[in-house]
Write a protein that binds this ligand. Structure first.
Ligand code: FES
Length: 125
């Protein structure tokens, strides 16, 4: 039986926007809110080259990745044709205006990927 963790209120997520959920390991989880207040959760990692989907533009039930504009379906994580690929999705419950995520999924999905890092490049060219 799954345990569910309260993350935030639906109203804490901007309409047609997102909010990131940090985890002890792995990339963050991106919560998305559509114009009809449906909430979806995806790994914050584009299936193309790992772009931060939480920084993308939400339209309808999709998000456009900010890096190269792939379109990802929020309900499945699938890239839309002609692109191919899938990012992991997380189960979402909304109860009394609160968003809940499955603790087992938070602890296990997408841990094979490194968390996204922001900041100046440290590679020598
Ligand atoms: S990394 Fe998302 S479209 Fe390229």
């Amino acid at each position: 039986m799954s345990e569910w963790k309260t993350i935030c209120a639906v109203s804490d997520i901007p309409v047609l926007g997102s909010r990131r959920v940090k985890r002890p390991a792995g990339p963050e989880v991106a919560l998305f809110r559509t114009s009809d207040d449906t909430v979806f959760a995806l790994l914050d990692r584009c299936p193309h080259k790992g772009g931060p989907l939480s920084q993308g533009i939400v339209f309808g039930d999709k998000v456009a990745c900010p890096l190269h504009n792939w379109t990802i379906a929020l309900d499945s994580g699938l890239a839309q044709a002609p692109d191919e690929g899938c990012t992991a999705k997380f189960s979402v419950r909304v109860e009394a205006g609160q968003v809940l995520l499955c603790e087992a999924e938070l602890a296990n999905i997408g841990l094979e990927f490194e968390p996204l890092k922001a900041g100046p490049c440290t590679r020598s060219c």
